[in-house]
Design a protein around this ligand. Structure first.
Ligand code: UGA
Length: 426
């Protein structure tokens, strides 16, 4: 198929590259000319493991442009533009509406497949808007929410648990059956439903996963008071197949560009319908409180006065340079409120973090965070943090505290080295 993908961000770029790899003829359109220039020069504007290899191997099926004219002879357009959080948690749909209109300006017959995360009712409203604006009797809109995780987006793309497709006109499913032919042949379930349900599957899935995280984080708090161990708790609970072990890793709270925004958007939809979700409101409140609570626990243990704190990890999770809504940033800001000086290291997210926290010192060598530090705080679960020479770090430190907010280090070894090791939920 000839496909235009609008929006060369995490979702659009991965989708475009991987569809090109499946043999489709792809043009990625983005209004950001800087991004397009980079891509034309073979440079990927985001950090996403594995993407570069596919970008090069699929290059013959892939073009990049800022010009919507590329949609003129396309069979379908995939819209993967940002839908940032607006007022009160409502989703800001301006980029989506603009992209859709620009596509129809060059080709009014173009089916639009919406991958951007939108709340239920958005696709139907967009359809009515476009019909009126372009005086059309119908506009083909398909919802095809994305379930990729940053940092493992390529792997998730190749092996999806399911592909969700929503349309109010059943004939439109034919487009996605062609687009995802190789997945269907491999036996991947393509779940077809109506527009609003497809839109809600995305939000409800993210909300449920976020709820599990908030739940296990509260259990971690309880574990600390009753002598239980949250990792063993999650494992023991997860052995029940109805529960499973996934998304029960206690930590500094959920972050990123999706969970916090999507759960707020879903709570907003309840309110906009004159209803409310007590559960979602509680999950949001619980997650917002998390960094403050963790920092209070750290401060209680540190010597009085101004301390230097060495931070390992700034991205919202490992394997990404994304710091949007990163709990690491929230923890750092809370530590700064207590007067702490921060020296931080992250394998790839330093520059992005500096834009959000200009008053921290970022170092390129992880060992430098230990210089004169009273404590090390582990905030992102980068694998390389497991293999650092902590004995060497201890020699550089003023005091010997280490707070492992991802429960990823070997506490016994660190204690043997002379650290006062604190994990969460133990
Ligand atoms: C999430 C969903 O997992 C994807 O399916 C979805 O496509 C994506 O949002 C989206 O809506 O675009 P992502 O935000 O990339 O993906 O990251 P996750 O791996 O889901 O992690 C989200 C946050 O939860 C991170 O801060 C992570 O550290 C935290 N987390 C995750 C935990 O604290 N504990 C866990 O057990 C799992």
């Amino acid at each position: 198929m000839k496909v235009v993908v609008v929006g060369a961000g995490y979702v659009g770029l991965v989708t475009g590259v991987m569809l090109a790899n499946s043999g489709h003829n792809i043009v990625c359109i983005d209004v950001d000319s800087g991004k397009i220039t980079k891509l034309l020069n073979g440079l990927i504007p985001i950090y996403e493991p594995g993407l570069e290899e596919f970008l090069f191997s699929s290059a013959s099926n892939l073009r990049f442009t800022t010009d919507y004219d590329a949609a003129r002879d396309a069979d379908i357009a995939i819209i993967a533009v940002g839908t940032p959080q607006g007022e009160d948690g409502a989703v800001n749909l301006s980029y989506l509406y603009k992209a859709a209109a620009q596509l129809l300006e060059v080709n009014t017959q173009l089916p639009l497949l919406i991958k951007s995360t939108v709340t239920p009712g958005t696709c139907a409203a967009l359809k009515e808007h476009l019909k009126e604006r372009f005086s059309l009797s119908d506009v083909a809109i398909i919802s095809n929410p994305e379930f990729l995780r940053e940092g493992s987006a390529v792997e998730d793309y190749i092996n999806p648990d399911r592909i969700v497709v929503g349309a109010d006109d059943k004939t439109l499913f034919e487009h996605t059956r062609i687009l995802y032919k190789d997945f269907i042949e491999r036996g991947v379930e393509v779940f077809e439903t109506n527009l609003a349900t497809a839109e809600l599957i995305k939000h409800a899935s993210n909300a449920l996963l976020a709820t599990r995280i908030a739940f296990i984080n509260e259990m971690a708090n309880l574990c600390e008071n009753v002598g239980a161990d949250v990792d063993a708790l999650a494992t023991g609970m997860g052995l029940d197949r109805r529960i499973g072990r996934n998304f029960l890793q206690a930590g500094p709270g959920f972050g990123g560009s999706c969970f916090p925004k999507d759960i707020a958007a879903l709570a907003y939809v309840f309110r906009s319908k004159g209803d409310k979700s007590l559960l979602l409101d509680a999950v949001i409140a619980s997650n917002n409180e998390r960094p403050i609570r963790l920092v209070q626990n750290i401060i209680k243990k540190l010597p009085l006065g101004i301390n230097t704190v060495g931070v390992l990890g700034l991205s919202f999770k490992a394997n990404t340079d994304d710091v949007r809504e990163s709990p690491a940033i929230a923890v750092i800001k809370a530590l700064q409120k207590f007067g702490m000086k921060i020296i931080a290291y992250d394998p790839v997210a330093g520059a992005n973090a500096l834009m959000l926290c200009p008053t921290i010192k970022i170092v390129d060598n992880p060992y430098e965070i230990a210089n004169n530090a009273s404590a090390i705080v582990v905030l992102t679960e980068w694998h390389e943090f497991k293999n650092l020479d902590y004995g060497m770090m201890l020699e550089r430190m003023m005091h010997n505290y280490i707070f492992d907010l991802r429960n990823m280090l070997d506490g016994d070894s660190l204690s043997n080295l002379g650290f006062v090791y604190t994990a969460i939920g133990k």
